[in-house]
Write a protein that binds this ligand. Structure first.
Ligand code: ADP
Ligand code: MG
Length: 318
């Protein structure tokens, strides 16, 4: 089977709008709505490093796209389309069919068609690189450097489960089969908060998606906004079913440093507090206010607890 057969069979399923050109030519073509600019993001996922070799390919197809969409969400951008670069050592039809199923399900749900890509043979392992394009009103993208003094700090959804699943799988902690079944959904099926990101345009002063760990990602906001943060530990939303299943210490670590969350952390003026509560009501997405931007450089967690020794210790590749 040639590379072109693979592309035709597995990666040509997107129906694109009349104004766009998708898979099949040398380039894809698209325009952005008047008054918008293009938001672009890319992630590279390597077998054995970012995903386990035995991961369900359906969830991998979903997650590869979801982690990119999460970046668009963090800036308030609406997906336009994406490109998929994939390197595979062999043509495994079962794998390709499942991967493309997970990929296109999410791609269709969020109207982010696959517009092109590259398909190559790798000498070892699978690599997947997706680039997403989104549209955001000119100069309105929510950036990391926009947090203001006294801004409230908010988090969507719950933290904790993805990291617990990861650490059970990698045998860093002991966890029952049923706990793994429950937590692995968070790890394998992240839900990009695109609609929330759109709602936060004009409301949030800064935002980031939590991919490397809450504290580490928050530190990108504090550093680029030249501020510090006070975090109220007890207000941080986490999956309550973890309590009693793993130690408090492991829960804390999962909440503060656990990666692969793909919830949004954003800051907004106190005057927008009620508007944010309304967004939560309207969208059904739980939003928790967990702290405040302060002067200085450090992130302080209260109540002060010596067991919270994590300054910033999230995921770092190097
Ligand atoms: P070129 O040789 O011009 O780089 P290719 O032969 O690599 O083009 O690809 C042919 C067409 O198929 C192009 O439109 C390209 O964008 C698309 N394509 C290749 N691989 C993928 C993929 N994995 N997913 C989606 N489209 C792909
Ligand atoms: Mg070409």
């Amino acid at each position: 089977m040639s590379e072109f057969d693979i592309i035709r069979k597995y990666f040509s399923k997107s129906v694109v709008q009349k104004s766009m050109l998708g898979v099949g030519d040398d380039c894809a073509l698209f325009t952005v709505p008047h008054g918008n600019e293009v938001a672009v993001s890319k992630d590279l996922l390597i077998e054995g490093k970012h995903f386990f070799s035995n991961v369900d390919p359906v969830s991998l197809g979903h997650k590869s796209l979801a982690v990119n969409l999460s970046d668009l969400a963090a800036m308030g951008a609406q997906p336009i389309g994406c490109l998929l670069g994939i390197a595979i050592p062999t043509v495994d039809h079962r794998w390709l069919s499942k991967f493309s199923k997970g990929f296109f399900k999410l791609s269709n749900e969020v109207a982010c068609p696959l517009l092109g890509g590259d398909t190559v043979k790798s000498s070892s392992g699978i690599s997947i690189s997706i680039t997403v394009f989104g549209a955001v009103p000119v100069s309105q993208a929510i950036r990391r450097n926009g947090a203001k003094l006294n801004d409230e700090i908010w988090i969507s959804g719950n933290l904790g489960s993805a990291d617990i699943a990861y650490r059970i799988i990698t045998k860093q902690i002991m966890g029952s089969k049923s706990l793994l079944r429950r937590t692995i959904r968070a790890l394998d099926w992240p839900n990009p908060r695109i609609h929330l990101g759109r709602c936060l345009l004009g409301i949030a002063n800064s935002a980031i998606d939590i991919s490397d760990g809450f504290l580490q990602d928050l530190s990108h906001i504090t550093r680029s906004s030249n501020l510090g943060a006070n975090i109220y530990y007890d207000e941080i939303p986490f999956d309550k079913y973890l309590e009693g299943k793993v130690s408090q210490e492991d829960i804390k670590k999962a909440i503060l440093n656990g990666g692969d969350v793909y919830e949004l952390c954003f800051t907004a003026s106190k005057s927008n507090h009620n508007a944010i509560r309304k967004i939560s009501n309207d969208t059904g997405i739980v939003l928790h206010m967990v702290g405040k931007m302060v002067s200085g450089k450090s992130i302080k967690i209260s109540p002060h607890d010596r067991s919270i020794l994590y300054d910033i210790n999230g995921f770092n590749h190097f």
